[in-house]
Ligand binder design. Structure first.
Ligand SMILES: [Zn+2]
Length: 235
């Protein structure tokens, strides 16, 4: 999970939200008709805006939601308990089905909304594993509730993705060591393009909108500092 900048919801949703809140104020026993809303074009527009905000990745597990699997609108504060917030854009996120099901209608104050708090202050990735920083309760609750370390498909995807980067990094380090041991600094010019390429790739894949970008960032951003130092030394 990582922090996102919230965009503006569709105008028609904002109107729907206002209309609903006015009715709810008059009669707090009313129930929001989400099913009916789901059939409207406004829902489609809302998903599109959320997709843009999250650049197609799930707000929680950071998997790219493929065009074959239908993305879901996640109510951070569940619509069953917080009826008033059912159509409030600030309460809506873009999520994969698995995360949406895992979170269900659970909510407490310690939970992390990616558009309000910075999840990286609470959760870090060591390898493919999501870890709560200093065992803080906000991170722990999100990791446990969303089953971030328990879903075998997600775990496999992460390992596969991470291992490509790890393999390339190890090869680079071996090549650098070999060059340095040969004490022939001209050899570094052969390795240099690979170092630059690796650095650029890590920077690119750590960006918002890339699958598992936080995992890549936490595992490799410090490593590219080492590679930058190597480049500076040989220049
Ligand atoms: Zn997800």
């Amino acid at each position: 999970m990582h922090k996102v900048q919230r965009n503006k919801g569709p105008l028609k949703l904002l109107e729907k939200d206002k209309e609903w809140k006015d009715s709810f104020k008059l009669n707090p026993n009313l129930k929001p008709n989400w099913e009916e809303f789901s059939k409207t074009v406004v829902k489609r527009e809302t998903i599109d805006m959320l997709e843009q905000m999250y650049k197609g990745c799930c707000c929680y597990c950071e998997s790219k939601i493929k065009s074959t699997s239908y993305p879901e609108i996640e109510h951070f504060k569940p619509k069953s308990k917080y009826k008033k917030l059912c159509f409030e854009y600030n309460n809506l996120h873009y999520s994969c089905k698995r995360c949406n099901i895992s979170k269900g209608s659970y909510y407490n104050e310690d939970m992390i909304s990616p558009s309000d708090k910075n999840p990286e202050d609470y959760i870090k990735y060591i390898g493919e594993v999501a870890v709560s920083r200093e065992n803080n309760k906000c991170g722990t609750i999100m990791i446990d509730l969303l089953k971030l370390n328990e879903r075998s498909d997600l775990k496999e995807e992460r390992i596969k993705y991470l291992s490509e980067f790890s393999k390339n990094y190890e090869l680079l380090i071996s090549a650098i060591e070999m060059v340095l041991n040969n004490k022939d600094s001209s050899d570094i010019n052969i390795v240099k393009p690979f170092i630059i390429n690796f650095i650029e790739n890590v920077k690119l894949k750590s960006k918002h909108g890339e699958s598992y970008c936080t995992m890549i960032k936490h595992n490799f951003l410090d490593k590219i500092d080492i590679l930058m130092e190597v480049l500076e030394e040989v220049e």
